[in-house]
Design a protein around this ligand. Structure first.
Ligand SMILES: [Zn+2]
Ligand SMILES: [Zn+2]
Length: 139
């Protein structure tokens, strides 16, 4: 798959049966919608299905940031602000193929959502540990 930000060839990263596409150049990450659910599943967060559908159906954010094309269907993705204000701007495929996070955004988001969804302080450490393992493996 080609990185929607810098057009580099992305690499597939597999961890605990979840596959992500990771760009070694700009450190962006692509999640297929199904993979995101699997990730949330593996963390036993509550309301994860709801979370994913909210994310996919969230309103478009107004931003001067450049629109990116979905690496799967090549259509322009919409920008959506997620998380606590001021929010993290992510790119979401309008056909629900998945989500694009710029380098560093995925960690911020997952940390926020795990705090919000579960209220259990331990789960965000699990998420961070997961992401740490995934991305450490690439260096
Ligand atoms: Zn890239
Ligand atoms: Zn798409």
């Amino acid at each position: 798959m080609i990185c929607p930000t810098c057009k580099s060839q992305m690499i597939v990263v597999e961890h605990q049966k979840i596959e992500l596409d990771y760009c070694p150049e700009c450190h962006g990450v692509w999640f297929d919608s199904g993979e995101l659910e699997l990730l949330l599943d593996s963390l036993n967060l509550e309301n994860r299905g709801q979370f994913v559908s909210n994310l996919l159906n969230a309103p478009e954010a107004k931003t001067p940031e450049k629109k990116r094309r979905c690496p799967i269907c090549a259509q322009r993705m919409k920008k959506t602000a997620v998380g606590e204000k001021p929010g993290i701007l992510i790119d979401v495929c309008r056909n629900s193929d998945g989500l694009w996070f710029d380098g560093g955004e995925v960690g911020q988001l997952v940390k926020q959502l795990s705090e919000k969804l579960s209220g259990k302080p331990s789960s965000h450490y699990q998420v961070e540990a997961f992401l740490g393992e995934v991305f450490q493996a690439q260096e």
